[in-house]
Design a protein around this ligand. Structure first.
Ligand code: GLP
Length: 243
């Protein structure tokens, strides 16, 4: 895992954006894996600025998001689909068919997971995957577990993740308890991975993920084994790294 430290979240966003811009210059029809959460926002803002400046053309890109809440229709303001259109897709001029998210209101959730993995495969696999990280080391919604998960699946959210995500909802009761998420193996199969992490509150998990034991108890730690992962952290999140 290559580690790059930026001064602050904006610098992290700009460095991560350059990797995505370079990817699209090399391969305009890239398959990109995307993430939600507050950490990717400076990156998405940088991509939108780049498009406005004429430095980014994503018209041939295809995207697959990591996850979606179970039970929220795509139009729900807190759905990850709505998040992506609000913060990125609309401003990049995306057509609906370019962007893929798991359908959290599918009648058969298991079949939807299988369909999603098949769609990623049919697109040729993910060229560059963006990740954030939860305070407990989760990636997508792959929570700490006894084993690394495989394909896209229905995941139960832990109480700490529900608590962390309640800031986006009127009350804790409204936070969905389940989500569809790419599995750890789905993520690991991406040809390149960019993991962004910012803020002092994530310094401990950044250390555990990058330098601790590789264990499903810290799902992101598996990225130490990935041949092409770049961790971009701000100074606050990187403060405890030793190597
Ligand atoms: C959610 C998402 C993750 C994200 C995490 C951290 O749980 N499913 O993909 O990495 O939140 O979010 P934030 O960047 O807001 O800390």
């Amino acid at each position: 895992m290559q580690v790059i430290v930026g001064k602050n979240p904006k610098a992290v966003g700009e460095m991560a954006a350059s990797l995505f811009i370079a990817q699209l210059l090399r391969k305009p029809d890239s398959v990109l894996g995307l993430a939600t959460g507050s950490t990717p926002l400076p990156l998405y803002e940088a991509l939108v600025r780049a498009r406005q400046a004429g430095a980014l053309d994503a018209s041939r890109a295809v995207t697959f998001n990591l996850d979606e809440y179970v039970g929220l229709v795509p139009e729900h303001p807190q759905s990850y689909c709505a998040f992506m259109w609000k913060h990125l897709f609309a401003d990049l001029g995306f057509r609906p068919e370019q962007a893929h998210l798991p359908n959290g209101v599918a009648g058969d959730l298991e079949a939807e997971c299988a369909r999603y993995d098949a769609a990623i495969d049919a697109a040729g696999g993910i060229d560059l995957q963006l990740l954030g990280i939860g305070h407990n080391g989760h990636i997508g919604f792959n929570e700490p577990d006894k084993a690394f998960s495989h394909g896209t699946r229905v995941a139960e959210l832990t109480s700490s993740t529900i608590e962390a995500n309640r800031r986006f909802f009127a009350s804790e009761k409204e936070v969905p308890r389940r989500a569809l998420t790419m599995g750890v193996l789905t993520i690991f199969r991406a040809r390149g991975i960019v993991l962004v992490v910012t803020g002092a509150a994530k310094a401990d998990i950044t250390l555990a993920m990058a330098e601790g034991d590789i264990t499903p108890e810290v799902p992101a730690s598996v990225l130490q084994l990935h041949p092409n992962t770049v961790l971009i952290a701000d100074e606050a999140a990187a403060a405890k790294l030793r190597r």
